[in-house]
Design a protein around this ligand. Structure first.
Ligand code: UDP
Length: 353
């Protein structure tokens, strides 16, 4: 990727990331050229990259469905005039019929930030249960392949013996806790996918996504995930809000790695991936305190690190086993945390100023 100082706009950073994803996919001859793909949540952080990659790979048609609950119109604005891109404003927890043939349905729509769990639990439950069923119905109606984005949250707060966590781990989830609207609905979503596979023989694939960051991740009080919050705080010289003592870990995946992994898993020409559930993430664990220190250093900020209450049921550790991704998809994350942050921080600078 190019050096940071060469970027003159936030859009250039996005285009650079998209080019990188396309290059890595095309090296393995993975192209969605000629396919018709329907993407729920296509205006979201991850969905909007997928839309852009597929449009630029000359997919026959990319149908993006979103209700801007956590996605943003700005994320897809530059795609709206492309002949192979269609946007439909719709909440997928209500039925939807595209009334045209579809080759692949990708279901990404869901709010994903812990602050949203508190404010929109019912909407979250609906997008991952009813929304998954409605998306599966589209695949059933048009004989399409189905791709579901699940989450590392299905593992809940795994006991230490199961970290790093393989796909075979069943999870340790509080069904009535503050995160249950997300964790349990994603688990139910996986069950829906498997039920449709069993009853209707739909070709399905499930990704379990681990913490992903990069340009376009949302900050602020409702949407802010940890990387976005720390960058925004350091750029404004505010106190860095570490929850708890910061000893909890996450394994942060840069968005280009995540999208490449997802598009490998969803690719129909990798038949070994059919029916599979595969972790897509980074297996380098970082403590939240180390993340705060690293972002402070990279932003050259005078912010102090502050310690605040740890949210209830906050998972202690998260780290994936990536053997299936390696063996089946020939994929592994390439981007070091420091390098991903060096692309994310300037993007936030463009957005703040
Ligand atoms: N976190 C934090 N400060 C923040 C936001 C999050 O210390 O401003 C912590 C949070 O408690 C968790 C980790 O960072 O341990 C990752 O949180 P995030 O909201 O990104 O997503 P999660 O992985 O919990 O779903």
């Amino acid at each position: 990727m190019r050096k940071l100082k060469e970027f003159t706009s936030e859009q250039e950073i996005i285009d650079c990331i998209v080019d990188d994803i396309k290059k890595n996919l095309e090296r393995s001859k993975i192209t969605y050229k000629g396919r018709k793909v329907l993407i729920t949540g296509g205006a979201g952080f991850l969905g909007s990259y997928i839309c852009q990659v597929l449009v630029e790979q000359e997919a026959r048609k990319v149908i993006c469905i979103d209700n801007f609950s956590s996605g943003k119109k700005e994320n897809i604005e530059r795609l709206l005039d492309k002949p192979n891109f269609t946007f439909v404003y719709h909440d997928i927890s209500h039925e939807f019929n595209p009334e045209e043939n579809i080759d692949i349905v990708m279901h990404l729509a869901s709010r994903a930030s812990p602050f949203e769990f508190e404010h929109h639990p019912i909407q979250i439950l609906k997008s991952n249960t009813l929304g998954t069923m409605n998306a599966l119905e589209i695949a059933r109606m048009y004989d399409a392949e189905f791709f579901y984005t699940s989450t590392s949250e299905v593992y809940g707060n795994p006991d230490p013996a199961h970290v790093p966590t393989p796909e075979s781990y069943w999870g340790h989830v509080n069904p009535v806790g503050p995160r249950s609207c997300y964790d349990e609905s994603k688990r139910a979503g996986e069950a829906f996918v498997k039920a449709y596979e069993l009853e209707y023989n739909i070709p399905v694939r499930i990704a379990r996504i681990f913490n992903t960051y990069g340009p376009r991740i949302r900050g602020g009080p409702l949407f802010g995930r940890v990387v976005a919050n720390f960058i925004e705080e350091t750029l404004q010289d505010k106190t860095i809000s570490v929850f708890g003592d910061g000893s909890q870990t996450r394994s942060f995946t840069f968005v280009s790695d995540q999208i490449e992994g997802l598009l490998r898993l969803a690719y129909p020409e990798i038949p070994q991936a059919r029916s599979e559930v595969i972790n897509i993430g980074n297996n380098l664990e970082t403590t939240i305190l180390d993340l705060a220190k690293l972002i402070k250093e990279l932003t050259n900020s005078s912010s102090e690190i502050g310690f605040f209450g740890l949210p209830k049921d906050d998972p202690t550790r998260r780290c994936p086993v990536l053997d299936k991704a390696r063996d089946i998809l020939n994929w592994k994350p390439r981007t070091q945390l420091v390098d991903g942050l060096k692309l994310t921080i300037p993007w936030f600078k463009f957005m703040i100023h």
